[in-house]
Design a protein around this ligand. Structure first.
Ligand code: 3BY
Ligand code: FES
Ligand code: FE
Length: 441
């Protein structure tokens, strides 16, 4: 029989989309046209995921001109601790200065511009450029430059600072001079929520980087839905039920629907209990209309109800910060380059950095109470196995998604109104931000 792939329910712009679509890595369609071709309720046209041009623009707009999460303060615990973060050709140093402040500088010497630090992680008294040994203290001031004569104004050759906010122990940076100001609102909401966990005094029990073989937007879109959870995340599914990821009620059996409705009622009531105890837990989300994409909510954990472990019980006996009660839900945080989950006993913070149009680094850290001892208070495998498995499963999904969108047969596909509304809003925010940065016809 005839296969009706030119299905009339698809808007004609997609049926005809093949014209500008090549397997070449470079787009032949200007981004402004691609933006105009985007249709709400669908995944993006292929070039958004495959083109080098779009990738370069994405890095500039979404990783230099918006706030991004690039780590946790616990990673640079001592004065002189330095962490290097590379975003495209830009290299940033995060460090702890002598006054215990976290700072962010461009990793570029003010003499002739050499990259100064080449290790991912190091510890220094001052930053010495390996080229001609110009040196900077941990506040970024130039403190040594030999044979430069009297004419050099040292005060205007310090390291270039990068906009930085440390919110509840999470490090946000923005490389633009005019960084979005709504970070203040996020600082208020998130600062209050993260306070009880005291993450700035937590310890990294495990840090792991994996490569997702796909575009950064496929990685984030994948994270925004749980449509794939049942099929791909057996470990996470023991404990994770999101309140508004949703199902088509008509497709659920009576028993399943009752279970889901009951979970929503219990979770809704629990959120109010937490709120009344002074722990903000209701959903706060910012997508379209907001410069910074942000979502947080405290979810009820199913199973034993304490943590994202295989059995749902806390993995660490020493809880984070001032917490006394292990049933404290799953406070989650989504931004356009991160997803994190905060439990009473540990937290897992994950953020992505695009490496190429079809390659993304996913960094994760598992945080525990500074006093918690491995093998005594927690078993590292039990603490980390659910999210290690989940992130790898997601990386594998991102990989097949990238392979598919790179094919000549791909055309933007319809999103589920029940399970993929956050994907839709994520994509709509992305397009809106491109337009706001001038990429519109
Ligand atoms: O919360 C997360 O990180 C997302 C939401 C649904 C699937 N994924 C686990
Ligand atoms: Fe750094 Fe010359 S480039 S000292
Ligand atoms: Fe997933």
């Amino acid at each position: 029989g005839v296969i009706h792939w030119r299905c009339s329910s698809y808007p004609s712009i997609f049926t005809d989309y093949g014209a500008g679509h090549t397997m070449n890595a470079y787009t032949k369609t200007p981004l402004t046209n691609l933006v105009a071709n985007y249709r709400r309720g669908y995944s993006l046209p292929a070039e958004f995921y495959t083109s080098q041009d779009v990738f370069d623009i994405d890095l500039d707009v979404f990783f230099r001109r918006h706030w991004i999460i690039v780590g946790v303060a616990a990673d640079i615990a001592e004065p002189g601790d330095v962490r290097k973060v590379d975003v495209g050709t830009t290299s940033i140093l995060l460090l702890r200065d002598d006054d215990m402040e976290v700072r962010a500088f461009h990793n570029v010497c003010r003499h002739r511009g050499a990259r100064m630090v080449n290790e991912d992680k190091t510890s220094v008294g001052r930053l010495v450029c390996p080229y001609h040994q110009w040196s900077y203290n941990l506040s970024g001031n130039l403190v040594h430059a030999a044979h430069m004569g009297k004419g050099l104004d040292w005060s205007c050759h310090g390291l270039k600072p990068v906009n930085l906010r440390v919110i509840g122990g999470i490090i946000f940076i923005c490389m633009a001079e005019d960084a979005p100001s709504d970070i203040d609102e996020i600082a208020t909401v998130l600062g209050e929520r993260l306070e009880p966990y005291d993450l700035k005094n937590a310890r990294i029990a495990l840090a792991k980087t994996i490569i997702e073989p796909g575009n950064w937007k496929l990685s984030v879109d994948n994270n925004r839905e749980c449509y794939h959870c049942e099929g791909s995340h057996p470990e996470l599914s023991n404990t994770f039920v999101s309140l508004d990821i949703g199902f088509d009620p008509d497709e659920l059996g009576d028993e399943e629907r009752e279970d889901y409705v009951r979970h929503c009622e219990i979770a809704g009531a629990q959120v109010e209990v937490w709120e009344s105890q002074g722990f903000p837990s209701r959903k706060v989300e910012r997508y379209e209309g907001s410069e910074t994409l942000f979502r947080t909510e405290r979810f009820v954990i199913t199973g034993a109800g304490e943590s994202h472990t295989l059995d749902g019980k806390a993995a660490s006996r020493k809880l984070l910060g001032s917490l006394k009660e292990p049933r404290f839900g799953d406070m989650h945080l989504h931004t356009h380059n991160s997803w994190s989950h905060f439990f009473a006993d540990h937290a897992v913070v994950s953020w992505i950095i695009p490496l190429a149009a079809d390659r993304t680094a996913l960094h994760s850290v598992w945080l525990v109470n500074n006093d918690a001892q491995e093998g005594v208070d927690y078993d590292l495998n039990r603490l980390s196995e659910v999210w290690i498995a989940t992130n790898q499963q997601d990386a594998d999904l991102v990989s097949i998604a990238q392979l598919g969108v790179a094919s000549m047969a791909y055309q933007p596909g319809p999103l589920s109104e029940f399970c993929e509304t956050t994907v839709d809003r994520n994509i709509a925010w992305y397009i809106e931000r491109l337009k706001a940065h001038g990429y519109k016809a």
